[in-house]
Every structure is written in C-alpha cells, then in structure tokens.
Design a protein around this ligand. Structure first.
Ligand code: SPD
Length: 282
C-alpha cells in the first residue's frame, strides 16, 4: 500500500466477487515476512488497521467484538481453565482477553510469523503488551506441527487464524482438528475462527463434516464485526464434555466487568443461528 492509495479494498477468492472498501488516510508500515505481507494503515473511521496479504485482521474500532467472543465463550464454559493454547493470534488481542480469567496460569501462543508480533508491538501495544505477561510463553512455530507434539495438555485451545488461504489453510483440515483433540485434556474445549455464515457456507459445512465425528459436542456461534466480510464472523465450539449453553452458568461471565461486547445474554444468543444457517453444522 502506498500513501497515494486512499481505499483498502479486500477482494478475496473466498468472497466470491464481493469486496469491502475502507477509506484510509495514511500508510504507517508495510513489511514482507517469510510468510506474508503485513501492513498497518490509519483509516478515516476505524482507527489503525492491521492487514495480512491485503486482508483486514483487525481494526482499533471493532477488534473487541472478535477478541472478547473468541476468548470469553470457551473460558466462561470451562469450569476451571488453567492452561490455554492460542494458535495464531500474533496481534495479542486474544491473549489480552484470556488473561482476564484468574483461573488461567499459563497461556502458550503458537504464532508462525514473528513479524506479526513485532509489528503489533509497535502499532497496537494495548493488544500486544499482553505478550509481556509472565503467564505467556511464545512459540514462533508452525501450529500444525506444534499441536502434534502435545498430548492431554490443554484445557482450552483457541485458533485465532486468518482465512484458509496461505499459511492458515492447514488449520482448516481434519487432521489438525484430530491433533487438537489429542492435545486437549479430558474435558477440554477448542474454539476456532470459522468465517461468516453469509459468505462461507462451503467452508463451514466442510469443517462440520468432520468436526462432528471427532468431538462429542460441536456447535457454531458468531459475533458482529463491521470490518470483516459481511459484518459477521463465526467460530466452531468443539468440546469433549461441556455444552456451551447447557453447561454455562454465567458465574465467570459476571466477573468480567470491562467487556464492551461480551455478556451473559450475548453468550447464549450467539449460538442461535438464522434459519438458513442452522443446517450448516449437520
Ligand atoms: N477475514 C479475516 C478473518 C481474520 C480473523 N483473525 C483475525 C486475527 C485477529 N486477532
């Protein structure tokens, strides 16, 4: 992106001819890592924006809608999550939310691209400073390889990935979900970024075609993020024991007193899908 360009236009194969356009005012930094192109721009209405390969990862204005929901939903269902793994999440927003749960005493972060962490520390310290917490251990490794080396270890695994193109493609495959199952303790929960029910029916259906064979409980929930394609993004909820609504008593949720999106009602409501999307997980 150069300084003459005034719009970000996200055009992705998976968006099927649709694009999101955001007016930018300044290019702040752009680097090419071993894996991808990483950019930070200033925008007219959404504050700073982090892009990877031209795709919006987060904006300052609405990142909380995503990070609160990917972290608090599993951590308010699990009765005592102590050890948590984040795969991806190099901006630090998901870790910031996980650290709000007192039961958590270790957060391992497996981010393939150390440059994402570096650039986030420079431009989004209110997210990436979470990596300096003594409970956090960072592994700059391939998540697909990392997960195979861990067994019966995690209470909660959160996959905060980009889209299934490029380095994250492998994170949408059956073998990766099987490996996460083995890395979980007996009552563990996995939550993964799983795209929009408006635009990505094929991706969601493909995920559930194998998730439901692997995990006794598999559900889909969503959040609203204006700067993601269609304004909606969802998550898989894969669990060995706890159901996200039936085993949710709200006690942990009540302790979160600075959330801007997440609350007990949103937790339950986010699992209620529009009629057209209800069969995507069958
Ligand atoms: N279509 C873009 C989806 C990106 C989801 N992950 C963003 C990372 C924010 N921590």
């Amino acid at each position: 992106m150069n300084n003459k360009k005034i719009w970000i236009e996200e055009k992705l194969e998976i968006e099927n001819g649709r694009a999101l356009k955001v007016r930018i005012t300044k290019s702040l930094e752009k680097i090419k890592s071993e894996f991808q192109e990483i950019e930070v721009v200033e925008s007219q209405s959404f504050g700073k924006i982090l892009l990877i390969d031209g795709v919006i990862m987060l904006t300052e204005a609405d990142e909380f809608c995503y990070h609160e929901m990917i972290a608090h939903v599993p951590l308010c269902v699990h009765p005592k999550a102590q050890k948590v793994l984040v795969i991806g999440g190099g901006d630090g927003g998901t870790v910031r939310e996980i650290l709000k749960h007192d039961s958590v005493n270790e957060v391992d972060v497996c981010e393939i691209d150390e440059k994402v962490i570096e650039i986030s520390k420079r431009h989004f310290p209110y997210l990436a400073d979470s990596f300096d917490n003594s409970k956090v251990k960072i592994f700059c490794e391939d998540g697909n390889k990392f997960i195979k080396a861990h067994k019966d270890e995690y209470d909660v695994i959160i996959v905060d990935s980009s889209d299934p193109i490029g380095p994250a493609e492998v994170l949408f495959r059956r073998e990766f979900y099987e490996a996460m199952y083995r890395a979980l303790k007996d009552d563990g929960i996995v939550v993964t970024q799983a795209e929009s029910f408006f635009y990505h029916k094929k991706i969601i259906k493909a995920l559930f075609s194998f998730i439901k064979d692997i995990y006794p409980i598999s559900e889909y929930y969503y959040t609203l993020v204006p700067t993601y394609p269609s304004g909606v993004i969802g998550f898989t909820f894969c669990s060995k024991k706890y159901h996200p609504v039936n085993n949710f008593n709200g006690t942990e949720a009540l302790k979160l007193n600075d959330s801007k999106y997440y609350n007990r009602d949103i937790h339950k409501a986010s699992f209620s899908l529009p009629t057209f999307a209800q069969n995507y997980k069958h």
